[in-house]
Design a binder for this molecule. Structure first.
Ligand code: NAD
Length: 486
């Protein structure tokens, strides 16, 4: 049986106590590896290795040297593309057709984009007057923040982890990563790429384990961690923020959402259907930016529901290797339990089940997998938990609206504020509505279009801070002002 070990100070090491947990393939329920679970000793060793590396060759490198190495990391991922793809798809069950277009290429791009950005980032300088008339010069320099704790989720494991590690390393920090217990493989594999690219030992460290009472909590509590960047559920974000308060450490939190799509009668319906289908069902609905609430202007409501139903029913459920498949299992049986509890809740709350609502019949060799049907509901009250809580599954509720004001009010009615998608061919309306939606990202006639230079993050309870482009640099560096009396 394959073993997945921690990556500390440039080496793969097991847990001192030998404690391990199962890594399960969600497509068939089979155990694919045993993962070492970090305790205090391993987390402490990883943090210490990172602190030492800050003072070692990494801390002394020029930006040009450092960023050249990060380009080699990106090239290393690309060179081992098939291995990363296989590992990611075994851990998550997602179709290879999806991961080969999004997860793995973005994993590599996250190193190149931020390496290039840091080479060109400006700072500021101010001349000031002094009473003696000689003046003084202020200038700012960016310094790495230190050791960054990176805690990542399971839905886009390589992509979301490197989205933090890429800029953190570009800025000269060292990292200790705690990937999700569900998807440890690509984070582990990246250690080999780091070594081959010439990243000094201790710059990139990985500890495996669970969240609370395990590696996650140990890492966030460790006083040697200078800042914490986290992607995951809002509730976990609150816990991490409390942990970061000890020692007054900065956090960047990318949290949950319950995103609204707003479809106006003047939209291009083909585009709106195609975009909403992707936003509700891509990655089996396990995308933080996905749409679980769809508001459709009444004149096109019936047609929209019928066409989205047809699209959902045309999705091809299958395992990662199936080239036709565009819909995989959920990440785990545990997560399926959660999603199915909402499917039941929808029935209890009187929903009309337009399509799905249960577990699909699968061939015998996949029967142990975490499969659910893509599901669409109508007719739920606005206060049903199915409409107000993040499900993180392949499902959406569609509700009609009559006026622009009503649509905006509905979209803004929840404490979440991550993303939204507006579908209209009326340019004035697009800008007017986008400006009023309480979300970190608003798409108009599109979904999931991402330029890595732009700000990314959530409003309200969907997060704190922005990453992406120069905003990542703000988080991963400390701006120091130097004042020189002339
Ligand atoms: P999660 O919060 O359960 O876990 C995320 C990570 O935090 C895991 O590595 C987990 O082990 C760790 N963790 C859990 N409890 C912890 C604790 N007490 N201390 C330290 N670490 C802890 O989230 P998940 O189920 O892995 O991911 C799904 C969630 O992530 C959804 O809510 C989704 O919306 C959100 N998400 C948000 C974004 C975004 O950019 N805003 C992106 C992807 C996913």
């Amino acid at each position: 049986m394959k073993e997945i070990k921690h990556f500390i100070n440039g080496q793969y090491v097991g847990s001192a106590g030998g404690k391990r947990f199962d890594n399960v393939n969600p497509a068939n329920g089979q155990v694919i590896a045993k993962v070492h679970e970090a305790g205090e000793a391993e987390v402490d060793a990883a943090v210490k290795a990172a602190r030492a590396a800050l003072k070692g060759p990494w801390g002394k490198m020029t930006v040009a040297e450092r960023t050249e190495i990060l380009h080699r990391v990106a090239d290393g991922i690309t060179a081992r593309f098939d291995e990363f793809l296989e590992a990611e798809c075994l851990d998550t069950g997602k179709p290879k057709s999806l991961a080969s277009h999004i997860d793995i290429p973005r994993g590599a791009a996250n190193f190149k984009v931020f390496a290039d950005l840091i080479r060109n980032v400006p700072t500021e300088a101010f001349e000031m007057a002094t009473p003696d008339g000689a003046g003084a010069l202020n200038y700012a320099v960016r310094r790495p923040k230190g050791v960054i704790g990176v805690i990542s989720p399971w839905n886009l494991p390589l992509l979301l982890m490197t989205w933090k590690v890429g800029p953190a390393l570009a800025c000269g920090n060292c990292v200790v990563v705690k990937p999700s217990e569900e998807t440890p493989s690509t984070t582990a594999l990246l250690g080999e790429v780091m070594n081959a690219a010439g990243v000094p030992a201790g710059v990139y460290n990985v500890v495996h384990g669970f969240g609370g009472d395990s590696a996650g909590a140990l890492l966030t509590a460790h006083p040697g961690v200078d800042a914490i960047t986290f992607t995951g559920e809002t509730g976990t974000g609150e816990t991490i923020m409390r942990a970061a308060a000890k020692g007054v450490r900065q956090v960047s939190l990318e949290l949950g959402g319950k995103n609204a799509g707003i479809v106006f009668a003047d939209c291009d319906l083909d585009k709106a259907i195609e975009g909403t289908l992707r936003s509700a069902f891509a990655n089996s609905g396990q995308v933080c930016l996905g749409t679980e609430r769809v508001y459709v202007e009444r004149p096109i409501f019936e047609e929209f529901v019928a066409r989205l139903k047809a699209g959902a029913e045309a999705l091809k459920i299958g395992e990662p290797n199936d080239p036709q498949a565009n819909f995989g299992p959920l990440v785990s049986l545990k997560h399926r339990e959660k999603v199915l509890s909402y499917y039941q809740q929808a029935r209890d709350d009187g929903a009309t089940v337009v399509t799905g609502g249960g577990v699909p019949e699968m061939p015998a060799h996949l029967a142990g997998g975490a499969w659910v049907q893509p599901t669409i509901w109508t007719g739920l009250p606005d206060d049903s938990p199915v409409v107000t809580e993040e499900i993180f599954g392949p499902c959406c509720h569609i509700r009609p609206f009559d006026t622009e004001e009503e649509a905006i009010e509905l979209a803004n009615s929840l404490p979440y504020g991550l993303a939204s998608a507006i579908w209209t061919e009326n340019a004035s309306r697009a800008h007017r509505v986008a400006g009023q939606i309480e979300a970190g990202i608003v798409w108009v006639n599109s979904w999931f279009l991402r330029d890595l230079r732009t700000a990314f993050g959530g409003a309200k309870q969907s997060g704190i801070g922005r990453e992406g482009g120069v905003h990542s640099l703000e988080f991963y560096t400390e701006l120091k002002n130097i004042c020189v009396k002339l």
